[in-house]
Design a binder for this molecule. Structure first.
Ligand SMILES: [Zn+2]
Ligand SMILES: [Zn+2]
Length: 305
């Protein structure tokens, strides 16, 4: 079953960990290499045991630790071609790049990963859907507005990590930021407000969604209580009161936790066993008509620098 931890989230640095058995994927590496190591150890994960790093986009709060972290270990870094071009320019360490086009699907270990384009002021930003062993996780960071594609790709996930960057009133009233910065944050290629994230969560909520982890909260223009409160209220009003909402912080990691409740996971495994045994009992002619499932699309280039 997939598990999610958040090492840290906010404008000072973003990084999360997605695990399935011995596959350990770091999503973004925007903390210093030292902090990445310290926080992985705090989660009980050896930094040398990671399988890969996957990037959402090139902004430094998502990539600043990669160079030094990868100097010490041979770790493939997955990114869209246009994201990799920018990150590579700033790196001195030898990194194995695995590049893909936004919209491609690929596998790391037994974890299937679907990428999809998102609107943000970066070269080629993406969100991800992770799936493995009867469990799924949606991952969305740094997005200016919610598109139909985002809703389609994230529908049905068990756990959603999504940014909830700012409270609209606090941002409007903020006196520290110049007007241009506020515009950049709130425009269609900036970040999500609590209200926009609530719309997203309600748009994908269904029987599977059990947990929402909010990240990238502004330290001046948001609070965990405000963000979680807006989303919980809107979920409750639309009949999804059972969803657990947590906020990832910038200083302390959010511990590794399964993306689906153990009891639900067991019932899915039992359902699969029942379905398999029912198929075995079907007449061969009927079974032959079932089309073979298509394998995951794998489209990437790979080279070392
Ligand atoms: Zn960011
Ligand atoms: Zn960004």
């Amino acid at each position: 079953m997939l598990k999610l931890a958040v090492l840290g989230s906010g404008s000072s640095g973003n990084s999360a960990l997605v695990c399935h058995e011995d596959t350990r994927i770091l999503v973004d590496a925007g903390l210093s290499a030292r902090q990445l190591g310290t926080r992985l150890h705090a989660l009980g994960v050896d930094p040398d045991s990671l399988t890969a790093i996957v990037l959402t986009h090139e902004h430094s709060d998502h990539t600043r630790g990669i160079d030094v972290f990868c100097r010490q270990r041979r770790l493939p870094v997955y990114a869209t071609i246009r994201t990799a071009v920018v990150v590579r320019e700033k790196m001195s360490s030898g990194v194995i790049w695995r590049q893909f086009e936004a919209g491609d699907s690929f596998e790391i270990g037994r974890v299937k990963i679907d990428s999809f384009s998102v609107p943000h002021d970066a070269n080629d930003p993406v969100g991800y859907r992770f799936e493995c062993a009867h469990s799924s996780l949606g991952f969305l960071s740094d997005v200016g507005h919610i598109t139909r594609m985002i809703l389609d790709r994230l529908k049905g996930v068990d756990t959603l990590f999504a940014e909830a960057n700012y409270d609209e009133t606090l941002l409007q009233n903020d006196t520290k930021r110049p007007w241009a910065t506020k515009q950049r944050i709130s425009n269609r290629h900036g970040h999500l407000s609590n209200e926009q994230t609530a719309e997203l969560v309600c748009g994908i909520a269904g029987p599977n969604l059990s947990r929402v982890v909010l990240g990238h909260l502004s330290s001046d223009c948001n609070t965990p209580d405000l963000a979680a409160g807006v989303i919980a209220t809107q979920l409750r009003e639309r009949g999804h009161a059972g969803v657990v909402i947590e906020c990832a912080g910038r200083d302390e990691p959010l511990p590794l936790a399964p993306v689906v409740h153990e009891l639900i996971y067991r019932s899915r495994v039992a359902e699969e066993i029942r379905a398999k045994s029912a198929r075995v009992c079907e007449p061969k002619a009927a079974a032959a008509k079932t089309p073979a499932p298509s394998g995951p699309h794998w489209n990437q280039t790979e080279w070392a620098f």
